[in-house]
Design a protein around this ligand. Structure first.
Ligand SMILES: C[S@@+](CC[C@H](N)C(=O)[O-])C[C@H]1O[C@@H](n2cnc3c(N)ncnc32)[C@H](O)[C@@H]1O
Length: 217
């Protein structure tokens, strides 16, 4: 009896062999689902941002956050994380005494998540997460800036930082260094490495040179 049922199921399975059309449908469905997650959850708010400036969300590891904080040791004042994701760097900076501690992030889901994390940590009154395009933010009041962005974006960001930051500002980059700048200090190894740059040193160094050609190549 059982053998009959098994045989019946087996022959039914054989008859329902997946054909090319079904494989195509499966591939299209999977592609659509991946695109929906990409466009709806990971990259909303990026429609008006040129493709080469779009950086997907990839949160900093615990070691990366730790390395960034080590490079910021001894500093104070305001801090901005450009592309703040779920807000972990801003939250840790706030714990270390930086104020105001502000995150700028285009993805509304991540802004909400960051606010939730801050609320859960009891720090929601001491941090701020704003849904804003980092290219449109006025950075002139920030003595400390952190960035975890792609190299293509970093090379363009150099110009904005040099133009806007106050003379005593420190910039900390995680995962990728600024392509044209020399760091004054670095911390950590491999993918966890972070680089610190003093804006005063960079300006002094490039004072006699054509800044545009240095930062926009
Ligand atoms: C690699 S993640 C880093 C997230 C966070 N800083 C961290 O270290 O965990 C880069 C973030 O930058 C955001 N982002 C990219 N371009 C942006 C822009 N033009 N304005 C604001 N946020 C942006 C992305 O949505 C993403 O969350």
């Amino acid at each position: 009896m059982e053998d009959d049922i098994q045989e019946e199921m087996l022959s039914e399975f054989r008859e329902r062999r997946v054909g090319g059309w079904q494989i195509l449908q499966l591939a299209a469905g999977t592609g659509l689902a991946v695109y929906a997650v990409w466009a709806g959850i990971l990259m909303p708010g990026f429609r008006r941002v040129p493709l080469k400036l779009q950086v997907p969300y990839m949160p900093a590891s615990r070691a990366q956050v730790c390395n960034v904080m080590t490079l910021l040791k001894g500093r104070s004042g305001g801090i901005a994380d450009l592309g703040s994701g779920d807000g972990r760097i801003v939250l840790e900076a706030c714990r270390q005494g930086f104020s105001p501690a502000v995150g700028y992030e285009l993805n509304p889901w991540l802004v909400r998540l960051a606010r939730f994390h801050a609320w859960r940590a009891g720090l929601h009154r001491r941090v701020s997460y704003q849904r804003e395009d980092l290219w449109k933010v006025d950075l002139s009041t920030y003595k400390n800036v952190t960035v975890f962005l792609a190299p293509s974006v970093l090379s363009l960001l150099q110009k904005k930082l040099l133009a806007e930051l106050p003379e005593d500002a420190l910039i900390v980059a995680g995962r990728f260094p600024f392509p044209d700048w020399t760091a004054c200090k670095l911390e950590g190894e491999g993918a966890d490495r972070a680089w610190a740059y003093r804006i005063q040193e960079l300006r002094r160094r490039y004072q006699s040179q054509d800044t545009k050609s240095l930062v926009l190549n």
